[in-house]
Design a protein around this ligand. Structure first.
Ligand SMILES: [Fe+2]
Length: 122
């Protein structure tokens, strides 16, 4: 990771040493900490923008897609175009059991970036 990212391996933010590369590429998952079994809830995915460091959204350099998983199960892929808005998507899902939500975002120049959030189910 000479330049602070890998094109061939999953990139993850190091909260103890957050770089601008991490701030602009790491997906942020906004979801409740706990949900009711089978009841739909919103999951907002925002790529980058951490501490105000936004990812470029330009022809030639943009977030191409962001996937949402529950554990290893793919729930959705959102394809994004290089337009003058931030790479964001809101999905509505339901869980039958506790899960670690995983968001995986792809930048055409800087590879794949993952973050996770645990959601409890009662
Ligand atoms: Fe990038």
């Amino acid at each position: 990771m000479a330049e602070g990212f890998s094109l061939t391996e999953m990139n993850r933010a190091d909260p103890t040493n957050l770089t601008d590369m991490m701030r602009k590429h790491t997906p942020v998952i906004e979801a409740p900490d706990q949900v009711k079994t089978g009841e739909p809830f919103a999951v907002a995915l925002k790529v980058g923008g951490i501490e105000g460091v936004n990812h470029p959204n330009l022809l030639g350099h943009w977030i191409n897609w962001v996937d949402l998983y529950a554990g290893d199960r793919l729930l959705a892929r959102t394809e994004l175009a290089p337009v003058a808005s931030q790479p964001e998507a809101t999905l509505h899902i339901a869980l039958e059991q506790p899960a670690t939500l995983r968001a995986v975002a792809y930048c055409n120049l800087h590879g794949v970036w993952e973050s996770t959030k645990a959601v409890a189910v009662k």
